[in-house]
Ligand binder design. Sequence first.
Ligand SMILES: Nc1nc2c(ncn2[C@@H]2O[C@H](COP(=O)(O)OP(=O)(O)OP(=O)(O)O)[C@@H](O)[C@H]2O)c(=O)[nH]1
Ligand SMILES: [Mg+2]
Length: 595
Amino acid sequence: MSKRIALVGMPNTGKSTLFNRLTGAGARVGNWPGLTVELLSAKVLLGDAMLELVDLPGLHNLHGFSEDERVARHFIETQALNGILVVLNTTQLERQLALVLQLKSLGLPMLLALNMADEAQHRGIRVDTEALEQRLELPVCLISAKQGQGVAALKLRLGEWLREHPKPIQASLGVLAEDDVIEATVDELIGRNVHIPICLSPTHTDRIDHYLLHPLFGIPLFLLLMLGVFQAVYGLGTPLQDGLAWLLGEAKTLWLTPLLAGLPAWARSFLLEGLYDGVGTVMSFLPIIVVFFLAMAVVEDSGYLARAAFLMDALMSRLGLDGRAFVMQLMGFGCNVPAMMGTRVIRSQTQRIAAMMMIPFSLCSARLQVFLFFTSAVFSPRAAPWVLFSLYVMSFFLAFFTAWMMRGRTRRSVDPLLMELPPYRLPTLAALARQSFRESGHFLRQAGGFIILGVALVWFLTHFPLDASPAGPATLAGHLAGWMKPIFTPLGIDQLLSIALLFGFVAKEVVIGSLAVIYGAGGDQLASQLAQRLDWVQAYSFMLFTLVYTPCVSALATLRRESGSSRAMWASIAWSLSLAWLLSFAFYQGARALL
Ligand SMILES: Nc1nc2c(ncn2[C@@H]2O[C@H](COP(=O)(O)OP(=O)(O)OP(=O)(O)O)[C@@H](O)[C@H]2O)c(=O)[nH]1
Ligand SMILES: [Mg+2]
């Protein structure tokens, strides 16, 4: 019979790391408290029994009430479990043992994993696990989930412990002990069983923070670092993308075209100019996506992301939010969807909604593709990175502006940010690879689903009726574009481009794919066609519009679900569409008048 246990502990103690190590799954790990906001489960064979492990969001205490804590608590209280595996950070036992004592009142079998043994050892902290075990009447294992020490022993203990508790049981909602009783017990436990050096030597974290959190230079350093990350992505990713685009182009002319020569013209056009060019052009961005997520993983897993929250907290509080909203903004650079879910760590509902309204302006990796493609097609190699940078600046500006517009509601509820800064940690290569692999997998699945469908539909619209010239005014797409003309002409966005925008509504990844189909060319050919047809003012206006107009369908669905209100979703659509139109209009008309 399958058994089930849950991983419970405070935020950032390494639950997801242990989960991944025990199950081989790929849960998201990062040096940021509150990274896991949803349940994740996986099964493993432990000895001869099947074990289901559930990774939960971090929990500060059992009175917790932010959304992610509620998720964890609800699970523990309502599901029948064979037991809970409590993960603690050994370097902070004096703060974390209280949770163990609270959890005891649930009456569930418990096993304690004292994690981060490596860091504890480094700091000279010693724990008498046997004594602690006797005193708490629980099995206790000292482990390092990241490096693997003690994990094999933990597995053995886990097996024994499960044999002792074969039946899943329901937590009983016992009365929590008084806080001061718990405090006294923790003091006693620590005093007897944990050796903490009297004076902890300043760690490398303190030394690094002395510079990185400097009151004057902190923010400029942050901007410089982000610029560095961005340059690295650009510098490393673009040549790789060019290479892949070239390969795909060669494969098409040398191999695919002759292979399909026998098919009727429309079928060839559908397969080559439709599916292959459309999907292939999107695929050529895979290397950039990988490099991008590697860079993001370094920023996140090193602990610098938490510093960003600290640095920006003062500015954000003027906007009625706190530093965490800013961090979600940064996470949104990957994809807006997990960033919106990450706002669950914010307790006030009005602030959460404000943060979720900002996130759609985060220049996500799907939009990055569109911009990389356009900037390299239309701008000179020297200008291109700066054009891209200006779009990032715009993205921040619009997010802040949105928060500022909502400040009347949020400001009343700002409480000071009490967030602990985790120590800097060197990300392991395996963790980075896993992160990047997972995100690329997501990209490939998107490409597999939406993009193929989207591209096929675009091909149909631009080639039907079959006797009309492709993407011409007589096709379905031509009619569609005709209707949208009054909206887009004042922005300098021509009819072909406006069709791509229509499809970008579903997923921004589809924009480039649709353009390939509309222009009947992929990769380099598409780039040179764009360069011929558009001047830089039109191209920039198009990019501005793409940046701002409506979040994609998945982001909207997430916004609706997380905020629990369709109003927020419609407000976000209306706000971003009008902003996009006004901005592109002002830019295009202004540039045409001045230049
Ligand atoms: N030095 C050290 N770092 C660890 C260890 N285990 C986890 N970490 C790091 O601690 C950080 C947090 O790990 P996660 O597994 O995301 O923590 P979590 O408990 O799931 O956090 P939340 O989901 O936010 O509650 C990451 O940077 C890990 O690499 C360990 O044994 N030693
Ligand atoms: Mg986690």
